[in-house]
Design a protein around this ligand. Structure first.
Ligand SMILES: *Cc1c(COP(=O)(O)O)cnc(C)c1O
Length: 364
């Protein structure tokens, strides 16, 4: 059997390790495992959303409303756009996939920062496209422009706030990059963590509406992070109608499940839950900043629901991650991104207590 030649160059995406794996491999009871690896909402799923999922359980035999009218209506109001500006995906990941398939082939290139969301590369490579990265993980205008002029990429990714580093790019800087890039390139502004950045500092707040003036820009958002619906797989893209219409050609029918739709609609109406999640997060992340300062290592100022600790050569991110895993604490080792660093999702107070207890012992 001969597979598509593009597959040779693709590494399978490594997701955060599941709780079940730690239970199986290390014999730790599920309730003692603390998972701070996938940037899920530590509070869980909003009770109102859980109710909506249960209330719709008897409709699981029905295909969902393929027009997704109600969810689009909720998003339309939230972002002050029209429903023709919106495409829904099984996670914003699926929208990323639509974008790659709609634009790329083996003569294209895509431009992204040195360290950013791993799926941009994987979807691009599936299409045989070439990956161009800037030198810095921060999205710097000069670096982006230099690479843009040299390679004329079909897609330019701006992940703000950026994952897995946690830094953000100001709205001014993002607009400056957008203005300078020609209409033949699509600029994807991935705002998976935008709710956290907007709550922290409005300089970094970018709303889909701000970008709708540009025909070659799409804003991506997700219900997986602040909205607490990682397991339901719902995300969205917002752009001018002509672009949305092209992406629609890539969409399989019924790409969101009946229960996921019900959950996302309810989540849109439950902004209090998001506000509470962000308040808890803002309290708890201070402990992580203080811990780094007290213990003399660096961290990246975070605009997300996680923090990235940067280690010098006296500490080994891979070893530390393994030691934590054996103790039932799952975090993300960033060695594969070329950083001697770990990324920790900010948990609840109790989860963070467990993290600090084990982490303090592991780093001595
Ligand atoms: C989590 C994440 C997404 C998408 O997540 P979905 O669960 O597929 O919606 C997209 N971009 C970034 C940077 C992320 O961290």
């Amino acid at each position: 059997m001969k597979f598509n030649k593009v597959l040779k160059d693709i590494k399978t995406y490594e997701a955060g390790k599941p709780i079940e794996l730690v239970v199986r491999e290390f014999g730790i009871a599920a309730q003692d495992v603390v998972k701070l690896a996938s940037n899920e909402n530590p509070i869980g799923t909003s009770p109102a959303v859980q109710k909506a999922i249960i209330a719709n359980a008897d409709r699981a035999h029905l295909y969902p409303d393929d027009s997704m009218f109600e969810l689009k209506d909720a998003l339309r109001k939230k972002f002050s756009v029209t429903d023709e500006n919106i495409i829904i995906g099984a996670g914003s990941d699926q929208v990323l996939e639509f974008i790659s398939r709609a634009l790329l082939d083996d003569e294209s290139s895509v431009l992204m920062s040195a360290v950013t969301f791993a799926m941009y590369e994987i979807y691009a490579k599936q299409m045989g496209a070439k990956i161009i990265r800037t030198a810095s993980y921060a999205h710097k205008y000069d670096e982006f422009m230099e690479a843009y002029k040299m390679h004329k990429p079909k897609i330019v990714y701006i992940c703000t706030p950026n994952n897995p580093t946690g830094d953000a790019t100001s709205k001014t800087e993002v607009l400056k990059i957008i203005e300078a890039i020609g209409k033949e390139s699509l600029i994807v502004v991935d705002g998976a963590y935008m709710e956290y950045a907007a709550a922290k500092d409005e300089k970094y707040a970018i709303s889909a509406k701000d970008l709708l003036a540009y025909e070659n820009v799409i804003y991506l958002g997700t219900f997986s992070k602040a909205y607490g619906l990682g397991g339901m797989r719902v995300g969205y893209g917002i752009a001018q109608t002509a672009l949305i219409n092209e992406l629609y050609k890539m969409r399989p029918p019924f790409n969101i499940s009946t229960l996921s739709l019900a959950a996302a609609i309810e989540a849109c109406n439950d902004e209090t839950f998001v506000e509470e999640s962000i308040t808890l997060h803002q309290e708890q992340i201070k402990r992580y900043e203080a811990f780094a300062k007290e213990n003399g290592f660096a961290y990246i100022e975070s605009y997300t629901n996680f923090i990235t600790y940067l280690f010098d050569e006296t500490m080994d991110a891979a070893k530390i991650s393994d030691a934590l895993l054996k103790r039932g604490v799952i975090i993300r080792n960033l060695t594969s991104y070329g950083l001697n660093a770990i990324r920790i999702t900010i948990g609840t107070q109790a989860q963070n207590d467990v993290f600090f207890t084990h982490f303090s012992e592991v780093i001595v």
